[in-house]
Design a protein around this ligand. Structure first.
Ligand code: GDP
Ligand code: MG
Length: 180
């Protein structure tokens, strides 16, 4: 390995990513599935962890994402500006079985717009794909709002792991492409 390769190996990125969306859509479980490969069938109001850090490699470089989870404040519509401060990526999550959570997506996007830079990388995440048999929102509906708002779109299941890593990594790659 040449010395310039050694220097490249030392390059490091740290990106703040926020996870937003209505209460009980599966935000905390998406994060615990991604960062620790864990799923909890019982919703815990407060986990006490503000963020988790997860690394991936892009172009041979270590890229770290510091992914923030709400401690349940979204129930009181009180996610603070500190939560969004410095975020360069966001996952906007709804539950494919509950229309009200899909109807809230625009409100979350507005809030994101208010508190962060317009270049923030965004993905719309329809979670609980394992409950496909009782879905209330078609993939086409999700895709359509994502396209009109300029977001990536993906359906996931934190329960069976479907597309969870893909969702986070799509955002992290997009951030990387934006700053590089
Ligand atoms: P949050 O309030 O958005 O952080 O949601 P939680 O992660 O606490 O999840 C709320 C509830 O939905 C919990 O009972 C979870 O076990 C459940 N849940 C989360 N993700 C999934 C999923 O992909 N599939 C199913 N079936 N349940 C899920
Ligand atoms: Mg939560």
């Amino acid at each position: 390995m040449s010395s310039s390769d050694d220097e490249l190996t030392g390059e490091e990125y740290l990106f703040k990513v926020v996870v937003i969306g209505d209460s009980a859509v599966g935000k905390s479980n998406l994060l615990s599935r991604y960062a620790r490969n864990e799923f909890s069938p019982h919703s815990k109001a407060t986990i006490g962890v503000e963020f988790q850090t997860q690394s991936m490699e892009i172009d041979g470089k270590e890229v770290k994402a510091q992914i923030w989870d709400t401690a349940g404040q979204e129930r009181f519509r009180a996610v603070t500006s500190a939560y969004y401060r410095g975020a360069v990526g966001a996952l906007v999550v709804y539950d494919i079985t509950r229309r009200t959570t899909f109807d809230s997506v625009n409100r979350w996007l507005d809030e994101l717009k208010t508190h962060s830079d317009s270049t923030v990388a965004k993905i719309l995440v329809g979670n609980k794909w394992d409950l496909e048999h009782i879905r209330a929102i078609s993939p086409e509906e999700g895709k359509s709002i994502a396209e009109s708002e300029g977001l990536f779109f993906i359906e996931t299941s934190a329960l069976d792991s479907t597309n969870v890593q893909e969702a986070f990594e799509l955002v992290i790659r997009e951030i990387y492409n934006n700053v590089r």
